[in-house]
Design a protein around this ligand. Structure first.
Ligand code: NDP
Ligand code: GDR
Length: 319
């Protein structure tokens, strides 16, 4: 019998790559899915038949108890969140309920129903926010700059607290930005690659953007889900930073995407204050030495290669 695993956020970008990885490794995969009027199956349609879906929501503790009781998981990956930083200013309380308190709800469900399950929490480099040191590593203090970042700090510490209070095998992966062709269209990489493709195909004539000077450490989601799994295979539960160790501006990202389709981005990009955030995270750059040394984790897809892959995918989808 393979191991059993429960993945929240299975319909999202990371949930889909993680589910593929776990299925490949012979796990029985249970996916928590919230009810929507139209099922969000774009990312996981190709593997849906192999996944056992359980209806539930991080804000509904009873549904989480049920999910843990039914799946009897050896491993739980909590990837569900209100994950878009921009929306967290529009819906700060909802973001807190899902992205912060939701973590307590799932930890409680695990503690009460399957306390020996290993638990992964999707922590974020947004917790470093107005970074107090560069590069950022496991010991760097947090200074979140958005309601989302604040909620993730809560989720991070409650995971550490359950590890220390109840001796649970609970880990937090502090992952820096990771992207892919399955990224939601509102996140900056996909917004840019999709716009470059659509402008090239004559479907769009401009791209409205916010702050082009922000710097991010962008990796490939397919590489990052491997680190999540590795964290739960260690002897001791610990927290790890996962990053590329390279940082690029939003402007560089735009330049790479547009030049891939032989366009000059300056002819199409318009700055729109609507996309400028009330408080910005100016620079993120991670030091993932610990993950490389202890987990044996390595990066396989580089930044430029990933952006080109995303543009190619968006050209195909828009044709
Ligand atoms: P996505 O936004 O693509 O996916 C989020 C998932 O959470 C979706 O499946 C969504 O379901 C689900 N979800 C949202 N609200 C609830 C809820 N109340 N109850 C149950 N499920 C819910 O995010 P990613 O895959 O990119 O990220 C995965 C996790 O990692 C998130 O927690 C994110 O904050 C975190 N993270 C992501 C990073 C990144 O760069 N991608 C970096 C660091 C951390 P639905 O499809 O119904 O909307
Ligand atoms: P981020 O990702 O906030 O880092 O959070 P996002 O792609 O939304 O923004 C990255 C940077 O680009 C700047 N930017 C714009 N962003 C968007 N979305 N749209 C624009 O038009 C635009 N113009 C400039 C932003 O200001 C920002 O500086 C992501 C999410 O996946 C989180 O869930 C995760 O925790 C972190 O990455 C690590």
């Amino acid at each position: 019998m393979g191991k059993s695993t429960l993945v929240t956020g299975i319909t999202g970008q990371d949930g889909s790559y993680l589910a593929e990885l776990l299925l490949d490794k012979g796990y029985k995969v249970y996916g928590l899915r919230r009810r929507t009027s139209m099922p969000m199956m774009e990312n996981i349609g190709h593997i849906a038949k192999e996944i056992e879906f359980i209806d539930g929501d991080l804000m509904d503790k009873g549904s989480l108890d049920y999910a843990v009781k039914v799946s009897r998981p050896d491993e739980v990956y909590n990837l569900a969140a209100q994950s878009f930083v921009g929306s967290s200013w529009d819906q700060p309380a909802l973001t807190g309920q899902i992205t912060a308190i939701g973590v307590t709800n799932i930890l409680e469900a695990v503690r009460l129903n399957k306390p020996d399950a290993r638990f992964y929490q999707a922590s974020s480099s947004e917790m470093f926010g107005k970074a107090v040191e560069t590069p950022q590593k496991e010991t760097t203090p947090f200074y979140p700059r958005s309601p989302y970042g604040v909620a993730k700090v809560y989720g991070h510490w409650i995971t550490v607290n359950y590890r220390e209070s109840y001796n649970m095998f609970a880990c937090s992966g502090i992952l820096f930005n990771h992207e892919s062709p399955r990224r939601g269209l509102e996140f900056v990489t996909r917004k840019v690659t999709n716009a470059a493709a659509r402008i090239k195909l004559g479907l769009q004539d401009e791209l409205r953007m916010g702050n082009l000077d922000a710097k991010r450490d962008w990796g490939f989601a397919g590489d990052y889900v491997k680190a999540m799994w590795l964290m739960l295979q260690q002897e001791q539960p610990e927290d790890f930073v996962v990053s590329t160790g390279e940082t690029h501006t939003v402007e560089t990202l735009i330049e790479i995407a547009f030049s891939h389709v032989n366009l000059n981005w300056r002819d199409y990009v318009v700055i729109d204050p609507k996309f400028v955030r009330p408080a910005e995270v100016d620079l993120l750059l991670g030091d993932s030495t610990k993950a490389k040394e202890k987990l044996g984790w390595k990066l396989e897809v580089g930044f430029e290669e990933m952006i080109r892959m995303m543009v190619e995918n968006d050209l195909r989808l828009n044709r």
